[in-house]
Design a protein around this ligand. Structure first.
Ligand SMILES: C[S@@+](CC[C@H](N)C(=O)[O-])C[C@H]1O[C@@H](n2cnc3c(N)ncnc32)[C@H](O)[C@@H]1O
Length: 236
């Protein structure tokens, strides 16, 4: 059955004022709101952001579990269950809300190919966390002709580590183990990056921007590595 609409909505990096007008309008107009969690009963950051500015009372709000595992069978079982939950729901308009922007490491896309034959799917972009983190640290990610790479740090040790040609690298989904993060930071310095900034909970309560690696690393954290050391200056 088509003509049922599913909006995949980015709710921004944390500060509810960074949600777009369109995100609020679409969520308010939805009968059902789906939100991703890592395990059953867990809080959803996207949900907490949306509830500050959207009318969620009176809607069906449903969590979908996307476990943090590399086990393909476990993942597929959960994705299948999430697809079924969405397709069985009796909505005309629903939202799948997601932290930041849906185009960046968003769990929804594990479901998309299974859903789109049955639903009209629309996307609502959001402010991505890496933009927010850079600006919270007072730095542009790229200027002039610099090149930017955005990578997932969770598999970094397995990768080839070829960051040649990139002036700025954003490492999302960083390991929560402090020693692994220190190892990553030291490799970056050895590769010629001049500044490595740790950014956590940007635009939310408890935001932390530091060039130290803290003892307690939360999931909502990233590293930004810059080959640039300072910004251009000129004589007045
Ligand atoms: C699954 S990804 C989702 C990214 C999201 N779609 C976006 O556009 O920012 C989760 C990762 O985003 C980063 N992240 C999200 N919000 C953040 C915030 N407010 N401060 C720092 N990092 C954040 C962290 O690296 C976290 O591990």
């Amino acid at each position: 059955m088509r003509n049922r609409r599913l909006y995949v909505v980015g709710v921004g990096p944390g500060d509810a004022e960074l949600m777009t007008l369109k995100a609020k309008r679409v969520i308010d107009a939805s009968d059902w709101v789906f939100y991703p969690v890592k395990r059953e009963g867990e809080k959803s950051i996207a949900y907490d952001i949306a509830k500050k500015v959207c009318e969620l009372e009176g809607k069906r709000t449903v969590s979908l579990v996307f476990p943090m595992t590399k086990d393909k069978d476990v993942l597929e079982a959960h994705w299948r269950r999430s697809v079924k939950t969405i397709l069985d729901a009796d909505f005309e308009t629903a939202s799948f809300i997601t932290l930041g922007d849906p185009s960046i490491y968003c769990t929804y896309f594990y479901l998309h190919e299974r859903l789109r034959p049955f639903l009209d799917v629309f996307f609502v972009p959001g402010v991505s966390s890496f933009s927010a983190c850079a600006l919270s640290s007072g730095l542009p990610l790229v200027i002039r002709n610099e090149a930017l790479a955005v990578v997932s740090a969770s598999h970094l040790e397995d990768s080839g580590w070829n960051l040649d040609g990139f002036d700025t690298v954003v490492f999302m989904k960083v390991p929560r183990n402090r020693d692994r993060l220190i190892f990553l930071r030291d490799r970056l310095f050895a590769m010629g990056f001049k500044r490595v900034i740790f950014a956590s909970r940007c635009t939310m309560a408890g935001e932390r921007i530091t060039e130290e690696i803290p003892d307690d690393v939360e999931y909502i954290s990233m590293l930004m590595a810059f080959r640039r050391d300072g910004l251009p200056t000129f004589t007045l």
